[in-house]
Design a protein around this ligand. Structure first.
Ligand SMILES: Cc1cc2nc3c(=O)[nH]c(=O)nc-3n(C[C@H](O)[C@H](O)[C@H](O)COP(=O)(O)OP(=O)(O)OC[C@H]3O[C@@H](n4cnc5c(N)ncnc54)[C@H](O)[C@@H]3O)c2cc1C
Length: 393
């Protein structure tokens, strides 16, 4: 190692989903590929993804499942390496998989099986991988000169696949964004996404008692809505529906929670109009007891249903169908599944992922301003964009 004279065709920085896919594809084309990563092991996010079972794609993947300043950018790459293409790869390696719900595909044997598959594909394609390799500098002149703690490497093509800022404990860094800026490429604003939301101080005092309780809801903010579970944590709200809406939520926005999305609440209240049952007991048919107890204490004075006026019943229905919460923020990058924003897609070719201004410089994966919703879309973007770059580097 440490040999200036050895020049590779392609250097890929980042041995995550996008970098490994790009390496495999470039290697298959006969390119001499070197992958560098500062972490001890490749693919740490693949390992933890889907709670260790790797939600590796979503068979319903469409461009509408992605957030980007240019919603058309992802189309080309997604159409050239599809969820079925990744499934074919699993079949080739005899790895079992199943659909959980809503098109979300999981690996039967855990995410390690997918990591091993990618390693084998890399070996077969003659890819060289150096982990635990700290990169100190990249020189702009052609060929690219990558200086690392273990030597300096040269290449005609350089791929930045270093991901986003989320989960720094798994090796995430702002390296890719810094390199983009160094080469004069614009970034779109970055923020944590698919991330739990925090209660305001006032709400926290009341609702932290509900930590661990989960309710099926529809959550909306900024004209987007998601249906699914909402989980109370000791700091705020999480669960699939909240993680989804967090990507569309901005500081200061209110989120609107329909606590009974499948039920015509006014009709239920009207049907029980003459009942002597306490309101909280009636509502506890639909919610965990702990939740409705606290929610009633907070918003309504529970009494027998027959004692409410029509206006009061309408008010209760309105609160259940549109519970308004103003989060004070998010839990941030430490627990965010992804980073929203990244290298501005205006700077890149959607066919090759090459920077328009810098010949030979490519980006792939989460470092680009393409962010998927929850459900396997982010890994699919990593595979597809890595594959696209791999055809051209
Ligand atoms: C807890 C968690 C669960 C997730 N679950 C899912 C899921 O089930 N399905 C799904 O689709 N998505 C999931 N995601 C999102 C998904 O994992 C990422 O979007 C995807 O891995 C991004 O791939 P990438 O290759 O672009 O970046 P990464 O996988 O982040 O890879 C980047 C690589 O670059 C390396 N690197 C970073 N900085 C440097 C540097 N300075 N020098 C050298 N190397 C560097 C890192 O060590 C890393 O190996 C999850 C994310 C998290 C955090």
């Amino acid at each position: 190692m440490g040999n200036l004279s050895i020049e590779r065709d392609v250097i890929i920085i980042g041995a995550g989903a996008a970098g490994l896919m790009c390496a495999i594809e470039a290697g298959k084309r006969g390119r001499k590929v070197l992958v560098l990563d500062h972490a001890y092991k490749p693919g740490q996010k693949i390992r933890v993804s889907g709670g260790g079972n790797c939600n590796f794609t979503n068979i319903n993947t469409r461009p509408l499942h992605y957030i980007s300043r240019n919603p058309h950018f992802c189309k080309s790459a997604l159409s050239r390496f599809t969820p079925s293409d990744f499934i074919e790869l699993l079949k080739k390696h005899h790895i079992g998989y199943h659909e959980k719900e809503l098109g979300q595909m999981f690996c039967n044997e855990g995410s390690v099986a997918i990591l091993n598959m990618l390693r084998k594909e890399c070996e077969a394609a003659g890819v060289e991988l150096h982990t635990n390799c700290r990169i100190s500098e990249i020189n702009k002149q052609s060929p690219f000169k990558v200086m690392t703690a273990s030597g300096t490497f040269l290449s005609g093509s350089l791929v930045i696949a270093t991901g986003g800022l989320s989960y720094p404990k798994l090796g995430a860094s702002g390296f890719g964004h810094r390199i983009a800026e160094k080469f004069g490429l614009k970034l779109t604003p970055l923020k944590p996404a698919l991330v739990p939301l925090l209660f305001s101080r006032k709400d926290l005092v009341v609702f932290n008692k509900l930590s661990g309780v989960s309710v099926k809801v529809k959550v909306g903010s900024n004209s987007k809505e998601f249906y699914g579970n909402m989980l109370f944590t000791h700091k705020g709200l999480s669960g699939p529906a909240i993680l989804q809406i967090s990507s569309y939520w901005n500081n200061g926005d209110t989120i609107h929670v329909d606590l009974l999305p499948d039920i015509d609440v006014l009709k239920v209240l009207a049907e029980n109009r003459r009942s002597r049952m306490e309101m909280k007991n009636l509502l506890s048919r639909y919610f965990p007891k702990r939740f409705i107890q606290i929610w009633c204490e907070m918003y309504i004075r529970s009494k027998p249903v027959c004692q409410y006026s029509d206006m009061e019943l309408e008010d209760i229905s309105g609160r259940l169908k549109d519970w308004k919460i103003k989060p004070s923020g998010t839990e941030g990058y430490n627990t965010a599944e992804v980073t929203l924003g990244g290298v501005d897609t205006d700077e890149l070719s959607s066919r090759t992922m090459e920077a328009k201004k810098v010949q030979g410089l490519y980006f792939a994966g989460e470092v680009i301003d393409v962010t998927g919703q929850l459900g396997g879309y982010n890994l699919q973007w990593a595979w597809s964009s890595g594959y696209a770059a791999g055809q051209y580097v």
